[in-house]
Design a binder for this molecule. Structure first.
Ligand SMILES: *Cc1c(COP(=O)(O)O)cnc(C)c1O
Length: 365
């Protein structure tokens, strides 16, 4: 039976390969594999089972996300990048043995007032130029002594900072940020700086722990290139089927608003995926879609459940055929560029209506 629902294949062999690339690119470092936002849309529990066995730990944004993984049986070290925001979250972090990052006085106040309990392992986030989260670098000495003696916290602080513009290989900011935090460290301090762009583009940012996200899913963090150019393999391949082929007369419009006008009598393919699935509504006419080996251009507006494509380049197309929206054979970066966004947003934006199909999972049949 053919299923006409769109699906996203998640290739766990590619996931393992991409983690190896991260390790080879930053030899000697430990790896926090970032699985926030449902593992960039790939399915956090599944991805965490695979990466949890191979990375040194997994990182999520929120306590909630970490609890979900623990409840699903993920035993790997877990780091909550935004840290706890309430006593209840501190309790959850203690209960589930989560490591937390601390980035402001509010969180320190919470920990200082927390009832006695198991001390938490922790990282301190330092702002070196991103100006989003973190303490100013000049506060590092004060924080070191303050936090080393806080009963709610275990051991001495470990330090992290986040790069603001590492995807621009011409901007010296990444090296300045790394230098700024290093100035404040003492022997024995552990440091984490690099995201994917730092890992791939800035060896000076590798430090003790890297925190790759997007590269593990096979996409490049750099503009105008795809992960393949960095030896990365796409993990997600988003597929849907042709649900109709329509003959449309010259001069007629296609889809809402009829913005696209057929320049001649032609076949239009209708594919069963739309913005209700997470396909970007702003993808303009011309955005590539893969049918068999051939790229055909999207035409007309993206609807909630469907898109339309120009079949003049592939007249043999039949109802029921599979199309690839991104992934194997069509880099997600290319689709993102056409739609005026980034691969991260496309991957994270897939809705629950799209079935995830996990392939090459170790231990499954
Ligand atoms: C999301 C995130 C990362 C991973 O970033 P990528 O660009 O996907 O590699 C690393 N560190 C922090 C603090 C993050 O929030």
């Amino acid at each position: 039976m053919r299923d006409f629902v769109p699906w996203a294949e998640v290739d766990h062999a590619a996931l393992r390969h991409n983690l190896r690339v991260a390790r080879e690119t930053a030899p000697g470092t430990k790896v926090w594999a970032v699985v926030k936002a449902d593992a960039y849309g790939h399915g956090a529990v599944w991805v965490s089972r695979t990466l949890g066995a191979l990375a040194d730990g997994l990182a999520v944004a929120r306590v909630d996300e970490a609890v979900q993984l623990r409840e699903a049986g993920v035993a790997a070290s877990l780091l909550v990048l935004e840290g706890p925001f309430s006593e209840a979250e501190i309790e959850l972090a203690r209960h589930w043995e989560l490591q937390v990052s601390l980035h402001n006085e509010y969180q320190i106040g919470l920990l200082q007032c927390a009832p006695p309990g198991r001390p938490l392992r922790f990282w301190v986030k330092v702002d070196t130029g991103m100006h989003r989260l973190g303490f100013p670098a000049c506060e590092v000495p004060r924080l070191r002594s303050l936090l080393s003696s806080c009963p709610a916290l275990a051991g001495s602080p470990r330090w992290m900072t986040h790069l603001a513009n590492a995807d621009d290989l011409a901007d010296p900011l990444s090296e300045q940020q790394t230098r700024r935090i290093r100035e404040e460290l003492v022997a024995g301090d552990e440091l984490s700086v690099a995201n994917s762009a730092g890992t791939l583009g800035w060896p000076s940012t590798h430090a003790d722990w890297i925190r790759p996200g997007i590269m593990l899913y096979g996409a490049s963090p750099f503009r105008d290139e795809s992960g393949g150019q960095r030896r990365l393999q796409p993990v997600m391949t988003l597929r849907a089927r042709v649900i109709a082929v329509q003959r449309v007369r010259r001069g007629e419009g296609v889809g809402y608003g009829g913005e696209y006008r057929c320049p001649q009598d032609m076949d239009i393919g209708v594919i069963g995926i739309g913005y209700g699935d997470g396909y970007p509504r702003h993808a303009p006419s011309g955005t590539p879609v893969l049918l068999g080996e051939r790229r055909v251009p999207l035409v007309g507006r993206v609807s909630m459940d469907m898109i339309t494509v120009d079949l003049r380049g592939r007249p043999e197309t039949e109802v029921g055929e599979e199309a690839v929206l991104w992934g194997a054979g069509l880099p997600v970066e290319e689709v993102a560029l056409a739609a005026g966004t980034i691969s991260y947003e496309l991957l994270c934006g897939l809705t629950p209506r799209v079935r995830r199909v996990h392939r090459a999972v170790v231990g499954s049949t």
